[in-house]
Design a binder for this molecule. Structure first.
Ligand code: URA
Length: 206
């Protein structure tokens, strides 16, 4: 099975999943969206009202801010894969519970393995905790960590930046540093001096 097929299979399984109680309130599962070959994977928390209606991640206010932040570094949504740690909406947008995170983890693991992204950006403390279980987001946001040979960068959740406006500059600053981290993570070997163009090379993200 290739990566696209694996992602489609995971999406189909999410749509029919009954592995935790969240399925009871599900209108549409939100497995995630983006190209199978994306080099950057964003992992949020879980679907909210709009996501549950549409079956797509980050389509509400937090999604608008995410789009703005992506645009600020020259990225479009279509270039990245976006998913969540839980694929069904927690009632009244409450925090996902440990048993729900555990039940959904297998889907996320299969997505990560299929996409094999160069960089994972976690949005909020629940996706951060998957990789950095003892970290405090206010202390480590924006700092790259190498985990299982992959760069993982924890960011504040866009919804937190909406509700606590003092977090917005920090989120913007973390996004601003992302292109350099991506460039470092995607550069397999330094360019040979003879290959250097006369003009400064534009940062190529993909
Ligand atoms: N917040 C999230 O964490 N994920 C979404 O998909 C939407 C809002």
């Amino acid at each position: 099975m290739n990566a696209t097929e694996t992602l489609a299979q995971v999406a189909a399984e999410c749509a029919a999943c009954t592995n935790c109680g969240l399925h009871a309130g599900r209108k549409k599962a939100v497995p995630g969206v983006g190209p199978a070959e994306a080099e950057i994977l964003f992992i949020g928390e879980g679907p909210g009202y709009n996501e549950n209606e549409q079956g797509l991640p980050f389509v509400g206010q937090a999604g608008k801010l995410l789009d703005e932040m992506l645009a600020s570094i020259g990225l479009r949504r279509a270039q990245v894969f976006i998913t969540n740690v839980v694929k069904c909406r927690p009632p009244a947008n409450r925090d996902p519970q440990p048993e729900e995170l555990a039940a959904c983890n297998e889907y996320l693991e299969r997505q990560i393995a299929a996409i094999n992204p160069k960089v994972i950006v976690t949005l909020g403390r629940f996706s951060m905790a998957k990789f950095l279980p003892n970290a405090r987001i206010s202390a480590v946001h924006g700092q790259p960590h190498t985990i299982n040979g992959r760069l993982v960068v924890p960011f504040f959740h866009p919804a937190a930046a909406l509700h606590q406006p003092d977090r917005r500059p920090a989120l913007a600053a973390d996004f601003a540093r992302l292109p350099a981290l991506i460039a470092a993570a995607t550069q397999t070997e330094p360019p040979h001096p003879a290959d250097e163009p006369d003009e400064p090379r534009q940062l190529t993200l993909f």
